[in-house]
Design a protein around this ligand. Structure first.
Ligand SMILES: Nc1ncnc2c1ncn2[C@@H]1O[C@H](COP(=O)(O)OP(=O)(O)OP(=O)(O)O)[C@@H](O)[C@H]1O
Ligand SMILES: [Mg+2]
Length: 328
């Protein structure tokens, strides 16, 4: 992390002003004279840095401010206040030099030309960036192969399946070999096989090209397999920036304790409640979800009360912890 950051964000803030319509005809009439505006603070005083080649997960519940942040970093939106530098450019100044070095993929939005075969749509993108023919052919051949869409190049974009289109979008975003990549839900709505293909592609691409990537996804599998570091945002504010592996330490309130028994666990369920929440039971084992600060006491009690042959303490899976964080 000693290299100068590629992405530097300081005090970044975005307020949207939305016109609030009053219900009914009378409301519409009044609205003509007294426009009522509401302010949404989508992003509030956000700070972070990303080092060259890092692949950082940007997490948060719906409406947290992820897309708004990425759009500012891609120069599509002006911030209300604060500053950002990406590759030493101020994104919203929209310098040509910047445009050639980053890409933004919005999984929720189609960026290719609908009415053209995929190949031609990609060709148009290549023309816009002035990519030489040979380089274009090489990239398309290689990436369509890796993403298993080689036989779809002649299909009209509008006729591609969601997953096929997303893979083409990804290729379009990478044609000019950007140094920085903003990926906003690149696997949304894809089947598990396509998700895995895209994930593996991204992992290899990041490792090989050292592209700096900021990725949002609601699928924890994406985050767990791709990102060592995550930034979590909620209501426009960052409340965690660190290693994914530290989230469990910081936020998990529970541990899972499993005991194996030498005899049958023939206790009535009510009498088991005092140890914790019983989450799994087999004829020879019991598994409890136990408050972190009670784990030692509960282990001791279980060892005293049961013919225990083995005991195992596990962390709650990250996916579950994130769910708990978002539910708060
Ligand atoms: N153009 C806009 N005008 C007004 N409000 C907006 C606009 N764009 C976003 N917002 C609001 O800003 C907030 C943040 O939205 P944003 O799209 O950044 O969330 P997100 O984290 O990407 O959520 P999701 O996971 O659902 O994609 C939301 O409350 C949203 O309604
Ligand atoms: Mg979004």
């Amino acid at each position: 992390m000693s290299a100068a950051p590629v992405i530097q964000v300081q005090g970044l803030t975005k307020a949207f002003r939305t016109y609030k319509k009053e219900p009914g005809f009378g409301g519409a009439l009044r609205g003509l004279f007294h426009r009522r505006y509401e302010q949404t603070l989508a992003v509030k005083d956000v700070n972070f840095n990303v080092a060259p080649g890092e692949l950082v997960g940007f997490l948060g519940p719906n409406g947290a401010g992820k897309t708004t942040t990425l759009k500012m970093l891609a120069g599509l939106l002006y911030p209300t206040s604060g500053s950002a530098r990406v590759l030493d450019f101020v994104p919203w100044e929209r310098a040509d030099g910047y445009r050639r070095q980053f890409a933004l993929l919005l999984g929720q939005k189609n960026q290719l030309w609908w009415d053209l075969p995929a190949r031609e749509s990609l060709e148009l993108n290549a023309k816009i960036y002035g990519i030489p023919r040979a380089a274009f052919e090489r990239t398309v051949t290689e990436m369509t192969e890796l993403l298993a869409v080689k036989d779809k190049l002649n299909v009209m974009v509008r006729e591609l399946s969601l997953g096929e289109r997303m893979k083409m979008e990804l290729i379009a975003a990478l044609l000019h070999r950007p140094k920085v990549l903003f990926l906003d839900e690149p696997t949304i709505g894809l089947d598990v096989v396509s998700q895995k293909t895209v994930r593996e592609f991204l992992r290899e691409y990041n490792a090989r090209e050292k592209t700096t990537i900021l990725l949002t996804s609601h699928y924890m599998a994406d985050i767990q397999e791709l990102c060592r570091r995550v930034i979590i945002i909620d209501h426009g504010t960052i409340f965690f920036d660190g290693l994914l592996s530290d989230i469990v330490d910081r936020f998990a309130d529970f541990k899972l304790i499993t005991i194996q028994l030498s005899g049958a666990a023939d206790r009535p369920a009510e009498s088991l409640a005092k140890y914790g929440e019983l989450v799994e039971q087999t004829p020879r084992s019991l598994k409890f979800k136990v408050k972190r600060d009670r784990q030692i006491a509960v282990c001791k009690a279980l060892l005293d009360d049961f013919p225990v042959t083995d005991i195992d303490i596990e962390e709650v899976p990250i996916e579950e912890v994130i769910r708990q964080i978002f539910a708060r």
